[in-house]
Structure formats: C-alpha cells, structure tokens
Design a protein around this ligand. Structure first.
Ligand SMILES: [Zn+2]
Length: 300
C-alpha cells in the first residue's frame, strides 16, 4: 500500500500506556504534548510541567521495523509449537511484510532479555512444594539439558536453567535462581540434586533435611503425578523446537518459553495461568504478548 502524501495518511495511535512519572525528574505532573510519528504509527508525547522535558514512552517496540502485531504474532505462533519455517511461510503469504527466520529469532532474544526477571517483580503466593527435573535438549547434535522446577500448587515454573552438562553445578544454579527455600523439594535420584541441595539449602541437621528433600522413585510414586504431566507438556513443546542452532538461541527460546508457560498459557486443570493461580492478575488483553511486553517495559 502506498500513500499519496502525508496528509492523507492515517496514523494509528499506538500509545496505550500512561507514564507514571517523568523519567528525568520523577515529577507526576505530566501533560499530553503532541505526537511523535514514524512511517505507520504515532505515539503520544508527554511534557513534564516541573522540568519542561518532553518524552515518549518506550513500549517495548522501540526502533522496530515490523509492526508490533506481527512481532507478537510470530512469538505467539512459535511458542504454540509452529516451526520457524512455517511462520515464515505464513507471513510471506498473508502479510505485506516478509518475515525471516533470523528476525523471529532476534525478537525472541530481545524479549527473552526483557522478560527474564519480570517474574521477580511479583510477590507470588506459592505452595512451596517444588519439583525439580531435567530434560534432554538437542543443540547442534549435542545433548544439552533444560532444568526446571515447578511449584506443585500453582504450577508456576519457579526456576529454570540451561546447561551443557548434567552436573552438580547446574543443579545448584537451578536452586539458587529461586528466592525461597521450599517446604518440600522432590527430585529423582540424580546425585547432583543431593549435593546441590546440601550446598544451597542444607542444614547441620541431616534428619531435618531429609524431611524437606524427598527423592522420588519415578514410576512408583504418585506424589509426582501432576508434575509428571506438566513435565510431559514441556517435553512435548521443546521437542517441536528441537535442533537448536546454537546455545545462545536455545537459552533465549527456553527462557521465553518459561514466560509463555507462566504468564500466557492457560492450564486446563486450573483454567488460569500459573501466575494468576499464584495471586497475580495483570489483566492482559486479547494480545497477551503485546500487553506483557508493555508491562515489562514500564520502568516506573
Ligand atoms: Zn520532569
């Protein structure tokens, strides 16, 4: 589509969030001050009445060539299990903008970084019953590992880690990435868990420790049922994403997958997202990825 001149062009106003305070002086007296335009959209500009600076908000799509709807759609399709090749085909067929493998991977990387620690902002109400597990991941024909830890009551993925080896160090990092000591920790009999547990959460009283850390015999123990099912779902999704090109993309993709799992995906058993089950309601709209990125981009 081409426009004759700028006057006939209809700009879409894409500003949906209001700034809470001036980024320069933190004053809260702000007024609307015209718009900033790019080739397809316009964005609300704000003026601070205290320091007279003007600014627009970074909504998470700053300097992006593609429309944010396209970007978030690609991420959504990928997380729902569509391959990069199929996403590319879809957009080349139905949209004005071509989308390449690499641009989808770049977006995934960008938002993996933005959303990596987003979960930590919230005070989650967890059950404290943690189940840790590790999954094989193929990367450049090598066998790598995706470690994850699920809070049984809410199904929140409280921690995850990507590693090349199935060793003590990796299990330790997995534990260290959570903020609280679990009430109970369930794992399989992998020796790394034992060592890592002692290092991170162990006490002098081994008897007490044994009440907290519980080793499960995979097939026989029913306490593991719900979590086994969740692990199954995660395994299935990761299988579709198989054959990661390099460690960096694998890490980014899996890190964004955790965000998808906790914030976006509605679990059938609870009819909510795990984060909602943990007492946080972000009121995400129809395009959940878009709203999530807006939320995470707000610094105030
Ligand atoms: Zn100001």
């Amino acid at each position: 589509m081409k426009y004759k001149n700028n006057k006939s062009k209809k700009y879409k106003n894409v500003s949906v969030i209001k700034p809470k305070a001036c980024p320069f002086c933190k004053s809260k007296t702000l007024i609307k001050w015209g718009f900033r335009f790019n080739h397809t959209t316009k964005k609300q500009r704000w003026k601070c009445k205290s320091c007279s600076e003007t600014f627009t908000l970074d909504d998470g799509f700053f300097k992006m060539k593609h429309k944010k709807e396209v970007v978030t759609q690609c991420i959504s399709l990928y997380m729902n299990g569509l391959s990069l090749r199929k996403i590319k085909e879809h957009f080349n067929q139905f949209s004005d903008y071509g989308v390449s493998h690499q641009s989808v991977l770049n977006w995934i990387r960008r938002y993996a970084i933005l959303l990596k620690d987003f979960q930590r902002k919230f005070d989650l109400k967890l059950s404290g019953q943690y189940h840790a597990d590790e999954i094989f991941v193929k990367c450049k024909k090598e066998q790598h590992y995706f470690w994850d830890m699920i809070d049984k009551g809410t199904r929140v993925l409280v921690s995850s880690h990507y590693s090349e080896k199935r060793d003590y160090q990796s299990a330790k990092i997995l534990f260290l990435k959570t903020e609280n000591k679990p009430i109970n920790l369930f794992t399989d009999s992998l020796p790394s868990y034992n060592k890592a547990f002692r290092k991170v959460w162990g006490s002098r009283n081994r008897k007490e420790d044994k009440k907290i850390w519980i080793k499960l015999k995979a097939d026989k123990d029913k306490r593991n049922n719900i979590v086994e099912r969740i692990q199954g779902t995660i395994r299935q999704r990761i299988k579709v994403m198989r054959n990661f090109k390099d460690k960096k993309s694998a890490e980014a993709i899996l890190s964004l997958f955790v965000v998808y799992y906790n914030f976006i995906r509605v679990h059938q058993g609870i009819n909510k997202t795990p984060i909602e089950e943990a007492g946080v309601n972000l009121n995400l709209g129809k395009n959940k990825w878009l709203d999530l990125i807006y939320c995470a981009s707000q610094k105030n």
